[in-house]
Design a protein around this ligand. Structure first.
Ligand code: IMP
Ligand code: MG
Length: 175
């Protein structure tokens, strides 16, 4: 490990924000939204978010998709690949896509279009971290945990070359 790791957001800060997001989502999306988490980065966030949604009276169904636009580096390749698809029939469902980070926008744009094609009545988006300065496609998330400047962040499910996903807090790394 040659990178320097700096704590950016503590467990307590994350918990508080996730709860507030769940409250907002519960008020907007009704009692039975279909949550689609994007592997792998969003798996910790999605797990906490659905339990926070439960505390606000929501009974979501849950699925995952794995799409990738990243290699082992820190730059988006611009090319999105669908590695694992979620279930097909989303007719009439309120779908909430959950991702870890909105960066260039390639992944989330692809996911939204893909879920609309599966018949979702409405697709809304929730991201834990937003890096608006990095956007190359015109997409905004409906629910945003934290806006961050152009830092590379890890922990709470997010990785750098598959490392650091296990951190219970969010850190930034510098080489
Ligand atoms: P986008 O397609 O460029 O918006 O990239 C989104 C995906 O890139 C996210 O779902 C993350 O998996 C990954 N990503 C972007 N920035 C970071 C970061 O700072 N740390 C870890 N993963 C990141
Ligand atoms: Mg991702």
């Amino acid at each position: 490990m040659t990178e320097k790791v700096f704590t950016l957001l503590t467990e307590a800060q994350i918990t508080k924000r996730v709860n507030a997001l769940a409250e907002e989502i519960a008020a907007d999306l009704g009692p039975e939204p279909h949550v689609v988490g994007l592997f792998k980065g969003a798996f910790v966030f999605a797990a906490d978010l659905i339990r926070a949604m439960h505390r606000h009276g929501v009974e979501p169904t849950m699925d995952f998709m794995h799409i990738s636009s990243y290699g082992d580096g820190t730059e988006s390749s611009g090319q999105v690949e669908l590695n694992i698809d979620c279930r097909d029939n989303l007719e009439g469902r309120q779908v909430l896509v959950v991702d870890d980070i909105l960066d260039s926008g390639n992944s989330l744009t692809f996911a939204v279009e893909h879920l609309k094609k599966k018949g979702a009545e409405r697709v809304t988006t929730c991201v834990l971290m937003d890096k608006p300065s990095r956007r190359t496609l015109p997409i905004k998330a409906d629910y945003i945990g934290f806006q961050v400047p152009n830092l590379f962040v890890v922990g709470y499910g997010m990785d750098y070359a598959e490392r650091y996903r296990e951190l219970p807090y969010i850190a930034s790394i510098r080489k």
